[in-house]
Design a protein around this ligand. Structure first.
Ligand code: ZN
Ligand code: ZN
Length: 349
């Protein structure tokens, strides 16, 4: 079968590799779509970061090369021994988190922060291939009216959904989302799905503003407006009830903290690989909080799939599909250059 194999920094090739077959407790998926994540871009241009180079992953025992891709959906084509409740022909979204099941976070249900956390597609073979094999517990069935292609978006949308829940919002909350990339868009969809109607999305790029406005969002251009001053004005100085950083720039952190009300939370979902100055006095003086967030658990998958079943997620203007053969030229390079927002790979093309 064809697969995008990661060999190291700037080394991904489309190889012919043996088709995997499911062992006990596993299922084999004919991949429909696999999304390219910011993490994959990072692994390709700056990595290996999370993909184990020489030290094998503690749970999978794997080092590179690996079949890359952790955001995937497809159709079950074979079921291993001792798998119940999943049948051939089921359309599924994969929850790719590999966890130990024994550490404190795993035992309390927060396996997204498992001390040995890994991912199919980084710590073992993933979904940028014609077929993938995963443990049955990673499988979430898609309802009949959710297109299997849409299933590849459950993973990034669940990242955003989980982040949204950590802001402690109600349907009366006023919220601010910094960044209108795929996770910012996911936060907007998630908050709307939770009944929040007061959402402003702060985004300096006109192209990205236009994309999210096309979905129905209200935006603020931080290059022409003082965001905290605008929020203070709109809220009689009270500030917003939750802010989300999906921008990954220090200016967003600063503006987000200044825009928050007392005791309110800034949820940080962006990845910062360099240290930066955080204006912690902004948290001290008003007892604001900064909350980190990583991935999701099955609960978030269920919430996102439930919203998809109700037709909540739209892909117009921000999601594109490319053939596996052209994953680098039409995927990685375009994403890195900022010419595309979200790219799904179709291994059958
Ligand atoms: Zn990802
Ligand atoms: Zn664990």
């Amino acid at each position: 079968m064809k697969a995008a194999v990661y060999y190291g920094n700037r080394q991904i090739t489309i190889d012919d590799v043996p088709e995997p077959s499911p062992s006990k407790g596993e299922v084999k998926i004919k991949v429909s779509r696999n999304g390219i994540c910011g993490t994959d871009i990072h692994e390709y241009y700056d990595g290996p970061v999370l993909i184990p180079k020489t030290e094998p992953h503690p749970l999978t025992g794997r080092t590179l090369p690996v079949v890359i891709g952790h955001e995937f959906s497809g159709t079950v084509v074979e079921v291993g021994r001792d798998v119940t409740g999943i049948e051939e022909g089921d359309n599924v979204a994969i929850e790719p988190v590999i966890r130990c099941g024994m550490c404190r976070p795993c035992k309390s249900g927060f396996y997204n922060v498992c001390r040995c956390v890994g991912f199919q597609g980084l710590s073992s073979d993933g979904g940028m291939a014609e077929y993938a094999v995963v443990p049955s517990h990673m499988v979430h069935k898609l309802p009949g009216n959710v297109p299997v292609e849409m299933g590849a978006l459950v993973e990034p949308m669940a990242v955003a959904y989980h982040a949204a829940t950590l802001g402690d919002v109600t349907d009366q909350s006023r919220t601010l989302v910094f960044g209108a990339g795929p996770i910012g868009i996911g936060l907007w969809f998630a908050l709307r799905g939770m009944g929040v109607t007061e959402i402003d999305v702060v985004e300096p790029s006109a192209i990205r503003r236009k994309a999210i406005e096309g979905l129905g969002a209200r935006t603020i251009d931080p290059t022409s407006v003082d965001v905290p001053a605008l929020i203070a004005d709109r809220t009689n100085g009270e500030g917003v009830d939750a802010a989300y950083d999906a921008a990954g720039v220090p200016a967003a952190i600063s503006a987000a903290l200044k825009s928050l009300g007392e005791h309110r939370t800034l949820v940080s979902v962006a990845i910062y690989d360099k240290p930066m100055l955080t204006p912690l006095l902004e948290t001290v003086m008003r007892e604001r909080r900064i909350q980190g967030t990583l991935c999701y658990t099955g609960k978030d998958y269920k919430s996102v799939i439930g919203l998809m079943e109700r037709g909540h997620y739209k892909t117009t203007g921000w999601v594109e599909t490319v053939p596996l053969e052209n994953v680098l030229s039409e995927g990685f390079e375009e994403l890195r250059a900022g010419r595309k927002m979200k790219v799904l790979v179709d291994p059958a093309q």
